[in-house]
Design a protein around this ligand. Structure first.
Ligand code: HT7
Ligand code: ZN
Length: 876
């Protein structure tokens, strides 16, 4: 096995002044002529290019090379002798896109051709220095049949086109911006286009073009509008303007991830482009806005300034996730969006950080780069960027961004360059902050405080601990921004003064950067309850010995909406923990009357419906077993379920009241089209849907209500999917009837069928595994389509009850399908392998059953290096 290390980085030996690609698209194959001007940066270095495509010819300075003049092995082409000064290399390769099921490089989907080159797909197309620090200007000519490929696209501007004999035509695209190979894209086929335009602040008119299958064109309107919002927002908030005359988005249904930011030619999973309110939920609309923003924002943070090497991936991804999160928050519901992001981070990234795949935001090594598009690089990376923002403020952060672009536009740089720009622009020292990039594991803070009435001080004692991870045992204290406010016993905000200042404030950001530290708040007029880590100011776990009464006070009165929500989460966590203890001892789960009262009061308060909805979210199992070892997953499902049932039973009237209220709100909405997506209506519907889920726990009657209202409400997908989700776990035949109806009605709609497969894969019903097995045979299902695999098998692998079934059937089933998928799409297979990440923390019986399946995967002949890296790490 080959391990790549950050410490081994060496600058490239060759630069590429320009690259001209000519693609000839034939019936069953394509040929690619790659003509590049190569500039040696040092004398006497062998010319080593990356590549794995079928090689037809190599011509150096006009002379065809004989086989003894080069060698091809291990995805490398070595040309033994090249001139010391600039030379022209022409390489011809032959590709078979219809046979390429990896969905990397050039591949076929439907009858069209698409590319995906990040991180190392370009080497499947031609031989090249396939690394992000080799940047060049690309000119691309595409020749193809006019009927089969009426649309032929690549990066940059269309500079020429023409007709050929035999019904063929050609186009030539030129991208004026130097870019690495991973940002190259090509699309060819029969596509409809939805057009719009945007005028930048300097008056440039940019043509916006969304390419879809003809039948999907009408569903691209929301994405087009989202793009305009994103372009405007990047000008307003980051002072960043678009730089080409055209911006294209192409939607494809076979795609390994969400979307790809190729320069001027973004390629998107259809899931993040197509929407109408009868086929997409409000959450889908929000995801589209976020992903469209994310890929657009990469034009500056990723494309204009790119990564020196793949270890620096978070330089572009962490920063761009931060930017897309801020875009969405500025568009609507900042508090709810923040809570949503924190929830994802805590239930998924914290788990990654506590498991076999734990790695720093800037990994120190990798075997397969595709395995490092992780929650840590993306989501924790975004939290790291957010901490610069919290420490420096909006103005300071923007000064840092400005300096970053001033220094590095057109370059391939590192996370240290970004940190230096933030530090230098603000005249601050951020040396210790570098640890956020090199130390894995979620820091834990133990806190306690005391009030001194005589001195009118409140002292907050903080202690930090960074747990060991497989890559590193001993860690250094990090810089942790802790945003704090104080509440009096009556719930009012209590002002204070910090030592060495005269300013009396309500809130502050403590810079906690030692193993232990005490912060003293002066002039504190009364006994207080601290509100800590407001806004989730750092990606850490914080433990403060609050009493339940303290938490209820914070839940009722904290002015910080994150901290208020967090108080409810802690109360839920404590209640489930009590249930776990009872169930383990074969006792009935206790009744949580005070918690029901506190949640009822919060629900009855005058707050935004979307915020009420998130208050009703009980932490996921992954959050609940955060601290645990020897985990019995089923116990957590039962304990969580028992809490939901208990609370729902106590709150039945309140639940019904607010559900009726939500209905009236939607009916009497001031919006002309209440069925359509709008943030206000989305909030109301999300409240209604979670109330429905709680309602089903409280009373069997809710199923009847759903059944009788179903047809009338099912014209809106948020309602339809909400109703089906609420009843999805019930063993009643009505559930099957409605689900079957749903599948029949939407059989022609690929993306809606994904929702059907999610419902099947995530149900808690006893017959779920059989239903999943049957769904594999459904005509709409295909193992070759990543969206389908994620919907059915991905959701089953997250189905705690069934994946972790005590007889090992869930582990066996997923392992079997991993091996089937690994043979043609290793990227998708290795994602599924990560379902086994909990291995080391399971109780002994399940651990043994999981070990059997992990060994089966490990011993599989021809296993991809993608899956091998993960399985080896789990079992090590
Ligand atoms: N930069 C992209 C990451 C990516 C990718 C996209 C599609 C298919 C395979 C891929 N491998 C890596 C997506 C993004 O973060 O914007
Ligand atoms: Zn990205």
């Amino acid at each position: 096995k080959v391990v790549h290390y950050l410490k081994d980085y060496q600058a490239p030996d060759f630069a590429v002044a320009d690259i001209n690609l000519t693609f000839s698209l034939e019936d069953a194959y394509a040929t690619v002529l790659n003509r590049m001007t190569v500039v040696p940066r040092q004398a006497d270095k062998p010319c080593v290019l990356d590549g794995s495509a079928e090689l037809l010819q190599i011509v150096l300075n006009g002379k065809s090379l004989c086989p003894h003049e080069y060698a091809v092995a291990d995805e490398k082409l070595i040309i033994h002798a090249v001139p010391d000064s600039e030379f022209v290399l022409e390489i011809t390769t032959k590709l078979y896109p219809a046979q390429n099921k990896t969905l990397m490089g050039l591949y076929e989907s439907g009858d069209n051709l698409y590319t995906q080159n990040e991180p190392e797909g370009f080497r499947k197309i031609t031989y090249y220095f396939d690394r992000p620090d080799v940047m060049s200007q690309f000119t691309t000519t595409i020749i193809g049949d006019k009927q089969r490929y009426p649309v032929m696209l690549s990066n940059g501007n269309l500079i020429d086109s023409g007709e050929l004999d035999n019904g063929r035509h050609w186009v030539c695209w030129r991208d004026p911006f130097a870019k690495p190979s991973y940002l190259f894209a090509l699309v060819a086929g029969q596509l409809a286009v939805l057009e719009g335009s945007f005028t930048t602040r300097s008056g440039k008119e940019v043509a916006l073009k969304f390419y879809t299958r003809p039948e999907d064109r009408a569903k691209a309107g929301f994405a087009l509008e989202s793009l305009k919002h994103a372009m405007q927002w990047d000008e307003d908030r980051f002072n960043l303007e678009y730089d080409l005359n055209i911006f294209m988005v192409v939607a494809v249904s076979d795609f390994n991830m969400g979307a790809m930011e190729n320069k001027g030619l973004n390629i998107f999973n259809t899931k993040y482009v197509l929407a109408s309110s009868d086929t997409a939920t409000d959450a889908d609309f929000e995801a589209i806005e976020g992903v469209i923003g994310h890929e657009y924002f990469h034009n500056w943070t990723g494309n204009r300034v790119t990564c020196r090497d793949w270890f620096q991936l978070s330089l572009k991804e962490g920063l761009t996730v931060f930017r897309d999160q801020e875009f969405s928050a500025d568009r609507a519901s900042r508090a709810v969006r923040r809570i949503h992001n924190v929830r994802v981070l805590r239930s998924m990234q914290f788990a990654e950080d506590a498991g076999p795949m734990a790695h720093p935001v800037r990994p120190a090594s990798y075997e397969e780069m595709n395995n490092f598009y992780t929650l840590t690089v993306y989501e924790k990376g975004a939290e790291v960027v957010r901490m610069y923002h919290t420490l420096l403020g909006e103005a300071g952060f923007q000064k840092g961004m400005q300096l970053y672009f001033q220094r590095h536009d057109g370059q391939a740089v590192t996370c240290d360059d970004f940190r230096a720009a933030m530090a230098d622009a603000n005249g601050v020292n951020l040396e210790q902050f570098a640890l956020w990039y090199s130390q894995a594991g979620t820091p834990q803070i133990k806190a306690h405080g005391e009030y001194d009435a005589g001195n009118r001080t409140f002292s907050l004692h903080l202690q930090q601990y960074i747990p060991p991870t497989p890559d590193m045992a001993d860690k250094q204290p990090m810089v942790i921004p802790v945003k704090v406010g104080l509440l009096g016993r009556d719930g009012t905000s209590v002002v204070f003064r910090l030592a060495d200042t005269d300013a009396v404030v309500e809130e502050t950001v403590l810079v906690f950067n030692q193993a232990q530290q005490t912060f003293v708040f002066h002039d504190v007029a009364q006994e207080v309850v601290p509100s800590l880590l407001r806004g989730f100011s750092a990606p850490v776990r914080l433990d403060y010995p609050y009493s339940d009464a303290d938490l209820m006070l914070l839940l009722a009165h904290d002015s910080d909406s994150f901290a208020r929500w967090e108080a409810a989460q802690t109360l839920y966590r404590r209640a489930v923990a009590a249930n776990v203890v009872a169930l383990e001892a074969n006792q009935p789960a206790p009744h949580h009357a005070e918690l029901a009262e506190a949640i009822t009061a919060a629900l009855n308060a005058d707050i935004d419906p979307a915020y009420k909805a998130v208050l009703l979210q009980v932490p996921t199992e992954a959050e609940l077993w955060e601290d645990a070892q020897s985990i019995n997953p089923e116990l957590y499902v039962r304990a969580r379920q028992a809490l939901l049932q208990d609370l729902a039973a106590s709150m039945e009237d309140t639940l019904t009241h607010w559900r009726t209220w939500a209905d009236t709100q939607e009916q009497n909405s001031k919006h002309a089209a209440p069925q359509e997506y709008h943030p206000d209506l989305a909030g109301v519907r999300s409240l209604r849907n979670i109330l429905l889920q709680w309602g089903v726990q409280a009373s069997a009657q809710v199923l009847q209500t759903i059944a009788s209202e179903y047809t009338q409400r099912a014209t809106n997908m948020t309602h339809e999917f909400g109703m089906l989700s609420a009843i999805n776990h019930l063993s009643d035949d009505k559930r099957d009837e409605l689900l079957n109806q749903f599948a029949q009605r939407h059989a022609h709609d690929d993306l809606v069928m994904d929702k059907y497969f999610v419902l099947i894969g995530s149900s808690q019903r006893a017959d779920t595994l059989q239903q999943v097995q049957a769904a594999l045979q459904h005509p709409a299902f295909s193992l070759e389509n990543p969206n389908k695999v994620r919907s059915l098998l991905g959701s089953f692998s997250r189905n705690i009850q069934h994946f972790h079934a005590a007889d090992g059937s869930g582990y066996r089933f997923i392992a079997e399908h991993i091996l089937r998928i690994d043979g043609f799409n290793p990227q998708v297979a290795s994602r599924l392998v990560q379902a086994f990440n909990l291995y080391g923390r399971l109780e002994p019986q399940r651990k043994a059953l999981m070990a059997e399946q992990l060994q089966r995967i490990q011993q599989h002949e021809g296993l991809s290096k993608d899956s091998r890296e993960i399985v080896d790490k789990i079992l090590r």
